[in-house]
Design a protein around this ligand. Structure first.
Ligand SMILES: [Zn+2]
Length: 110
């Protein structure tokens, strides 16, 4: 999708540092970090959010989960957050998981 910033990163139209990559997903640092480590895990396919997952594209989720596992080698304790819809804080309408480490900001919530 042309107007999507994550698709532009995936298609190398916008240059950024990719911290991890596999067949179906990439990981980049969040440009507005909310934690000492704040990495975004993004599928290479344009999927809006978790409501857009079906049997046809659910393999992407497994690849994203494997990337979480890979990142956990460096950061064994972390939070994984996924905002689904603008009213709950999704700012880019391309599925992404926030991998947050080095903070306890969610301790009061859960
Ligand atoms: Zn996209």
């Amino acid at each position: 999708m042309d107007s999507c910033i994550f698709c532009s990163i995936i298609n190398k139209k916008i240059e950024t540092i990719i911290v991890a990559e596999n067949e179906q997903a990439i990981a980049i640092n969040d440009i507005f970090p909310k934690a000492p480590t704040h990495i975004l895990i993004i599928p290479k396919k344009h999927i809006i959010n978790m409501t857009d997952i079906s049997a046809k594209n659910s393999d992407v989720i497994a690849q994203m989960a494997l990337m979480v596992k890979e990142l956990s080698q460096q950061h064994p304790q972390f939070n994984l957050v996924c905002n689904n819809g603008p009213e709950v804080g999704q700012t880019v309408m391309h599925l992404h998981w926030h991998f947050l480490a080095g903070t306890d900001i969610f301790k009061k919530l859960f």
